[in-house]
Write a new protein. Structure first.
Length: 244
């Protein structure tokens, strides 16, 4: 049985990805920052379905917590085959109001968090000459947006990391891709308010906001053998919001 770690998986997109990958046959580690109760509940739900799952609390921005998580996963399920870097934070802010702490925190989670988890799983992947890493950017990682300077910069960096890692690791049998979600109906976008969300849905050619399951399906594909010739790519899932 193959093993996958999904970061930030107690809710939202990460939760849907954990469910999807568990149903695809992976043993899954459901990482959470704080809500171990929700991660544990999801782990138990998946186990009741006959899937193999565990929950682990770790802040992806803290290297030794990430290392401890990967060690625990290794001990329970064996080496990690698929790493899904989903954990992320966002905060809207005008340029003149950006505080150093906000910049540092968003980059610590959204960018350094990716490096931390990749460095933790890489020794095993290099040794086995096999692995799949799926990062999470955003449509704002490909385009700018008002009041999104920090988040957008961090998500552009995720694409840079993805492409550089893909180039460096391809010959070692490790594929690195990322998903770029559009507006997905999760807690992260609730701050925008119902009216803005309705406008965003109206401006989406497909006519609705995305669901966490839409991104989970893309991750399922990138993690599958069917994507064995796909690396260094950004898979945009935005209902046509940006590209049509
Ligand atoms: P969400 O806020 O519901 O979930 C984010 C998860 O990440 C939460 O469970 C949170 O606890 C976890 N997390 C935050 N900091 C962490 C840390 N330091 N260590 C471990 N976990 C941490 O948001 P979501 O919409 O499910 O977002 C998931 C990913 O998708 C994020 O990377 C986000 O930037 C990206 N994304 C979301 C949207 C959207 O419209 N919802 C669009 C584009 C990209």
């Amino acid at each position: 049985m193959k093993t996958a770690i999904i970061t930030g998986a107690s809710r939202g997109i990460g939760r849907a990805e954990a469910i999807q990958l568990a149903r695809d046959g992976f043993s899954v580690c459901i990482n959470c920052l704080e809500r171990m109760d929700l991660a544990q509940e999801l782990s138990e739900k998946l186990q009741k379905e006959g899937c193999s799952a565990m929950a682990f609390q770790a802040d992806v921005s803290v290297k030794n917590e990430v290392d401890a998580m990967v060690e625990a996963v290794h001990a329970r399920f064996g080496p990690v085959d698929v790493l899904v870097n989903n954990a992320g934070i966002a905060e809207q802010c005008q340029i003149q109001d950006i505080r150093e702490e906000l910049w540092d925190r968003i980059f610590a989670v959204n960018v350094k968090g990716v490096l931390n988890t990749v460095q933790a799983v890489l020794p095993d992947m290099l040794h086995r000459k096999s692995g799949c890493i799926i990062n999470t950017s955003s449509i704002w990682g490909m385009h700018g947006a008002s009041c999104e300077s920090v988040y957008s910069s961090s998500k552009h960096a995720v694409i840079g990391l993805t492409k550089s890692m893909a180039a460096e690791l391809a010959l070692s049998g490790i594929r690195v891709n990322c998903v770029a979600p559009g507006v997905i109906d999760t807690d992260m976008v609730k701050v925008l308010g119902d009216e803005t969300l309705r406008d965003l849905a109206d401006n989406t050619p497909i006519g609705r906001l995305g669901k966490p399951e839409d991104i989970a399906a893309a991750v399922s594909y990138l993690a599958s053998d069917g994507a064995s010739f796909v690396t260094g790519q950004v898979l945009t899932c935005d209902g046509g919001f940006i590209h049509l």
